[in-house]
Design a protein around this ligand. Structure first.
Ligand SMILES: C[S@@+](CC[C@H](N)C(=O)[O-])C[C@H]1O[C@@H](n2cnc3c(N)ncnc32)[C@H](O)[C@@H]1O
Length: 258
């Protein structure tokens, strides 16, 4: 009896909102969506995503948003947004993000465009300019450029008061021609030490006073370069917040200049 109770405790709790309205098949306690939402329903979700409480947001990320690797990212839905963020820590990060007054936003390395897409939903009340940079060098997203363009189209219809721009190219080249100052810069491009350090150095120069730089993969054992840079930053006594789920994967670090 005790062993059954212990096994039961390991199975995630059944999902309530919003997955119940979602078509899915159930396997060992998990729901796997089999059909995407209609465009109307998706628009409604995206319009309200930033009003979700942390629990509801975590559920949405886990069961609905979708990634290609549900063990690594602790998601249950396959593909969907093809987001490359670990559910719990990303929910924490988004909850932090929506309390900030971000007018000018920059994201370096956007994959299929999903992190850029969701991050923008959480800054939509204050955002005026939002720029994404990616050299479209990933081959694990199907048609990466089409996925990115789709996200931009939806973002433009969701938030008409913000200007969205996509720079297709290397981050170094972007920074060379950039003259903007950003309130928040999210770095998730090339994960080698020299590259992420170069993105960081450029980001420091392109940051507005009291701005934030976000690093993805600060605890990811596959990316020792990011771990090393993050250790250098934290070792210097900088003002930081870390969101890390204890599975040696991903990890989000926030460096605050204020
Ligand atoms: C890990 S993925 C980003 C995942 C995305 N942030 C998410 O959470 O879904 C890294 C992205 O960086 C891009 N990239 C790699 N090196 C780059 C560089 N030097 N400049 C710009 N983009 C780069 C790749 O094309 C890829 O889309």
């Amino acid at each position: 009896m005790k062993i059954f109770k212990q096994i039961k405790a390991l199975i995630p709790e059944p999902i309530k909102i919003p997955i119940r309205k979602f078509r899915s098949w159930k396997f060992r306690g998990f729901h796997y969506p089999v059909r995407p939402y209609s465009a109307n329903k998706l628009t409604r979700i995206y319009k309200n995503l930033d009003t979700y409480g942390k629990k509801q947001l975590t559920r949405w990320l886990r069961y609905c948003a979708g990634s290609q690797d549900f063990f690594a990212f602790r998601t249950r839905a396959t593909n969907g947004l093809m987001l490359q963020q670990v559910t719990e820590e990303y929910a924490d990060y988004l909850t932090w993000l929506k309390t900030k007054n971000i007018k000018k936003y920059l994201e370096i390395g956007i994959g299929s465009g999903s992190s850029f897409f969701i991050n923008n939903i959480f800054i939509k009340k204050s955002a005026e300019l939002s720029i994404a940079v990616d050299n479209v060098s990933y081959d694990c997203f199907g048609d990466q450029l089409r996925n990115i363009n789709d996200k931009f189209e939806t973002l433009r219809s969701l938030n008409r008061s913000c200007t969205f721009k996509f720079y297709q190219g290397k981050s170094d080249d972007f920074f060379r021609q950039n003259s903007e100052k950003f309130d928040l810069i999210f770095i998730d491009a090339d994960h080698g030490y020299d590259s992420v350090k170069s993105d960081y150095d450029h980001a420091l120069r392109a940051l507005s006073p009291n701005g934030y730089i976000i690093f993805h993969d600060i605890a990811n054992e596959y990316y020792p370069g990011v771990i090393r840079l993050w250790k250098e930053i934290t070792g210097s006594g900088a003002n930081v917040i870390e969101y890390v789920t204890k599975n040696n994967y991903c990890g989000i670090g926030i460096l605050s200049l204020n």
